[in-house]
Ligand binder design. Structure first.
Ligand code: FES
Length: 160
């Protein structure tokens, strides 16, 4: 079996799918390898993630890791949520095939971007590591826009 039972379960029954109206933070990221895109929405209360939802235009691994990271991040403090990297998410799913590891970056980047967005909007201090990550993600988003413009335009239309 290429995928673990957990991956298949989260792919077939993804948790926390959808948008949050008036989200406190929104992360939109793309994957430079394949052009897939993910949106992640968070509601924050007392420095903890109280609600979290996602929309992912991606493969089996991208859907499963998106679903898993929402479960892992819920009720965590922002700092704890920022520590959820692609490897932690992949491990929680019982692993991913090496060729699909890049897909799990989408989920951890989207969560980081949503937290960045929240901290920026609420004029709170943004950790240096997160600023660096944000800059890398913005660069990648430009590359994706250039490379996959037709595709990402269609995705934007589907979402609106
Ligand atoms: Fe694009 Fe998996 S192939 S995220």
């Amino acid at each position: 079996m290429i995928y673990s039972q957990k991956v298949l379960d989260h792919f077939k029954n993804p948790r926390n799918v959808g948008k949050i109206k008036n989200a406190d933070g929104v992360g939109k990221v793309g994957n430079v390898v394949c052009g897939d895109v993910m949106y992640l929405y968070i509601k924050v209360e007392k420095n903890k993630i109280k609600d979290i939802r996602f929309e992912t235009f991606g493969c089996t691994a991208a859907i499963a890791t998106s679903s898993m990271i929402t479960e892992m991040a819920k009720d965590k403090t922002l700092k704890q949520a920022l520590d959820l990297g692609k490897q932690e998410v992949a491990n929680s799913l019982g692993g991913l095939p090496p060729i699909k590891l890049h897909c799990s970056l989408l989920a951890s980047d989207a969560l980081a971007e949503a937290i960045y967005d929240y901290l920026k909007k609420s004029k709170k201090d943004i950790p240096e590591d997160l600023v660096k990550k944000h800059k890398r993600i913005v660069k990648e988003k430009h590359l994706i826009k250039e490379k996959y413009k037709e595709w990402t335009d269609v995705e934007d239309k589907i979402r609106s």
